[in-house]
Design a binder for this molecule. Structure first.
Ligand code: IPE
Ligand code: IPE
Ligand code: MG
Length: 243
């Protein structure tokens, strides 16, 4: 990428699109005998560092899983803490992200978010939409199956109104109706904390992703760990079904 500020020695192939399931904040808090909200707070520090590093390395797209449609099941106290952190993050970071030319896209049902968070999320997207640097996508109130169902619904409406011809629907058309519409497929999917599942994240977009499962909790995931994930990706042989 032309806008890289630094390179990683030994890494020849940079993934175009990195996705991260930031998992392990709860266990980190428990391990350190702290409240879960403090685990999430430490998690935001890691997130900040990973965003900056991705931008500096010239990675085209970074997609972070911040809150799933299933995470509403957690206690009101924990959900409240996460909502507060979300607002705090966007309020405190938006100036710098904008200055760094980061383009923010929120994947998920933003309309169903509480009003202040909804406003901050729409504002972040509107303000950065013409930026030309890192494409930063944050999945909030996101579910992969819900995204696929929503795309089908939107396509059906466009067929009904004559904007789309049913016979023209193919994989490319489908992907344009997803939240991730203009983004490349995921090349590298990282999930921290040792769990090895997708938890309803980017089901369509991960068809040929490489997976990396570092055994560290998200607040302990350092830049060195991130570099190691990228280097492991670089050493993989991707076949896409061929020989
Ligand atoms: C991930 O950390 C962050 C969110 C889901 C928002 P967790 O809170 O799931 O951490 P663990 O899995 O309980 O350790
Ligand atoms: C996935 O992690 C969601 C986020 C990281 C935001 P969870 O911790 O919610 O997933 P499960 O419940 O372990 O599958
Ligand atoms: Mg978890």
């Amino acid at each position: 990428m032309g806008n890289a500020k630094k390179t990683l020695p030994g890494l020849e192939k940079l993934p175009r699109h990195v996705a991260v399931i930031m998992d392990g904040n709860g266990r980190w808090a428990k391990k350190n005998k702290l409240k879960v909200a403090l685990g999430h707070r430490r998690g935001v520090e890691t997130l900040r560092a990973i965003i900056r590093e991705s931008s500096d390395l010239g990675i085209e797209a970074l997609t972070l899983y911040a809150f799933s449609t299933e995470n509403w099941k957690r206690s009101p106290e924990e959900v409240g803490a996460l909502m507060d952190l979300l607002l705090e993050f966007f309020t405190s970071e938006i100036d710098e992200l904008d200055r760094e030319q980061v383009r923010i896209l929120i994947l998920g049902d933003v309309d169903a978010m509480p009003p202040r968070q909804r406003y901050a999320l729409y504002n972040a997207m509107a303000r950065t939409k013409s930026n030309t640097g890192l494409k930063l996508n944050i999945a909030i109130n996101y579910g992969g199956r819900a995204e696929i169902a929503l795309a089908a619904k939107r396509m059906a409406k466009d067929v009904q109104s004559g904007l789309l011809c049913a016979d023209d629907i193919d994989e490319q058309t489908y992907s344009r109706y997803l939240y991730t519409c203009d983004l490349p497929d995921v090349d590298l999917m990282i999930r921290t904390s040792g769990e090895m599942r997708l938890s309803n994240f980017l089901l369509f977009q991960c068809a040929y992703a490489e997976f990396d499962f570092p055994a560290v909790l998200w607040p302990d995931y350092t830049l060195e760990e991130y570099h190691a994930s990228l280097l492991r990706f670089g050493s993989r042989e991707r076949r896409f079904g061929g020989r």
